[in-house]
Design a protein around this ligand. Structure first.
Ligand SMILES: Cc1cc2nc3c(=O)[nH]c(=O)nc-3n(C[C@H](O)[C@H](O)[C@H](O)COP(=O)(O)OP(=O)(O)OC[C@H]3O[C@@H](n4cnc5c(N)ncnc54)[C@H](O)[C@@H]3O)c2cc1C
Length: 151
């Protein structure tokens, strides 16, 4: 049966509070990102493991700074994934993926992020996730522009 095209929007959802008295949220219920780069299982397992370790420490009597030790840690990974999802939709990643000139060192770093290593802040493409892709895409575009002018 033919039907008009339908649009599904707002795939992502989040919550203001990741923890509270007697509970900690993990996985999808904490933050559901557009699953374009398979972030769901990584975020679910990493958040559950991190939360479980903190709960064990809390039950042993430790004082836990949940904002610093949980929310901030999770946001580091979530925000990195989000930068890549946005860069996918705005075309930045297309420019990088389909560039004629490929730099293997950069490629490895970006593949590492897409493989889920979004907490590895020794990787520039994690540490500067909000700007690094745009800078690289801009450089590729400039190189392309000037190489076509020279021909
Ligand atoms: C079609 C599809 C394909 C996907 N492909 C990928 C992929 O390739 N790679 C990837 O990384 N991610 C993928 N995802 C996303 C990934 O599956 C989820 O992000 C991940 O499973 C989230 O895990 P979770 O434990 O937080 O939530 P869930 O796996 O949704 O688990 C939540 C559990 O809580 C139970 N529950 C809900 N309410 C209650 C309640 N009131 N009381 C008791 N139990 C309750 C539910 O029954 C469920 O078992 C995909 C998702 C879908 C739908």
């Amino acid at each position: 049966m033919a039907f008009p095209p339908r649009v599904l929007e707002s795939w992502s959802s989040t919550t203001d509070k990741f923890f509270g008295e007697g509970f900690v949220l993990t996985g999808n219920v904490t933050e559901f990102l557009d699953p374009i780069f398979s972030s769901g299982v990584t975020l679910a397992t990493v958040s559950s493991q991190l939360a479980a370790h903190l709960v064990i420490r809390k039950l042993k009597g430790d004082t836990i700074d949940w904002n610093k030790e949980y929310t901030e840690q999770m946001m580091q990974g979530i925000n990195t994934f989000r930068s890549y999802v946005m860069a996918w939709y705005d075309g930045t990643l297309d420019t990088i993926f389909f560039s004629e000139k490929q730099d293997n060192a950069i490629k490895n770093k970006i593949c590492s992020v897409l493989a889920g290593y979004v907490w590895d802040t020794t990787n520039l493409y994690v540490k500067d996730h909000s700007t690094a892709l745009q800078k690289l895409a801009r450089l590729i575009e400039l190189e392309k522009k000037y190489s076509t002018k020279e021909e």
